[in-house]
Design a protein around this ligand. Structure first.
Ligand code: ZN
Ligand code: FE
Length: 257
């Protein structure tokens, strides 16, 4: 938790977050995904930063739609998931599980976290204590299983659950208010969740972001990470099921909520 990484988060499109990270020593600046080139450019001007990198989490258009325009304007280097490299516009460097990315002297470890898409990756900057998980994990939620199975997503989430618990986590979307309402239906007696749901209502009523979050807070309150919790399992009537099956049931209920 020693390296200084300046971080600027801004809402864009309908419910996406754009994030810029900046190293003040080298002036390197990366956009985490590129939901919208105009919104990223506006944020760059606001901060007085020039774009050197785009760190892509997955191929969906609301995460890569700005790639080509930003590359043309800034000549930035685009890094993205090896398993999806054919679907990432303008990609220069493809990375996978166990690779590291050097950004302005900071090291990001790459974790393959498939489930939402087949090749989704997450970036952990352990020295700075921050991570970018795209549409794998959300505040009180997780990504929909468009290209993967519940078992695959559960093993992806387990990778994230092993990171340092004080890791600050940035995610792709502001879905937290509806996630909180759902979380309370499967984990109704969780006092930490009830407190958090109240705080989220206040934040969203004032149009304030509920992200970033921390891994510790998600471990305590996010039902998609709590498949081993005895109370949640009892609520679902799944006390003897495997953890991944409990996860799958939580995901199934959220999909039909
Ligand atoms: Zn997505
Ligand atoms: Fe998305």
């Amino acid at each position: 938790m020693s390296d200084v990484l300046e971080i600027h988060q801004f809402p864009c499109l309908s419910d996406n977050y754009g994030v810029l990270i900046h190293d003040p020593k080298t002036n390197a600046t990366a956009s985490i995904d590129a939901p919208d080139a105009d919104a990223v450019n506006t944020a760059l001007v606001e901060k007085g930063w020039s774009l050197t990198h785009i760190l892509t989490t997955h191929h969906h258009a609301d995460h890569t739609g700005g790639n080509l325009a930003l590359k043309e304007a800034h000549g930035c280097t685009i890094i993205g998931p090896k398993p999806e490299q054919g679907k990432i516009p303008g990609i220069d460097t493809a990375v996978g599980q166990g690779d590291t990315v050097n950004f302005g002297g900071h090291t990001a470890r790459i974790f393959e976290t498939p489930g939402h898409t087949a090749g989704h990756i997450s970036y952990l900057f352990e020295g700075a204590g921050v991570a970018f998980v795209g549409d794998t994990l959300f505040a009180l939620g997780c990504g929909r299983l468009f290209e993967g199975t519940a078992q695959q997503m559960w093993s992806s989430l387990q990778k994230i659950m092993q990171w340092p618990s004080d890791t600050v986590i940035y995610a792709g979307h502001e879905y937290t208010l509806s996630n909180a309402a759902f979380a309370l239906t499967v984990d109704p007696d969780n006092a930490a969740l009830k407190t958090r749901a109240d705080e989220i209502s206040v934040l969203r009523a004032a149009d304030k972001p509920t992200l970033p979050t921390t891994l510790a807070l998600e471990l305590a309150t996010n039902p998609f990470l709590r498949a081993s919790d005895p109370d949640l399992r009892a609520t679902l009537g799944m006390s003897d099921a495997a953890d991944w099956e409990v996860f799958a049931e939580v995901r199934r209920r959220k999909d039909s909520a």
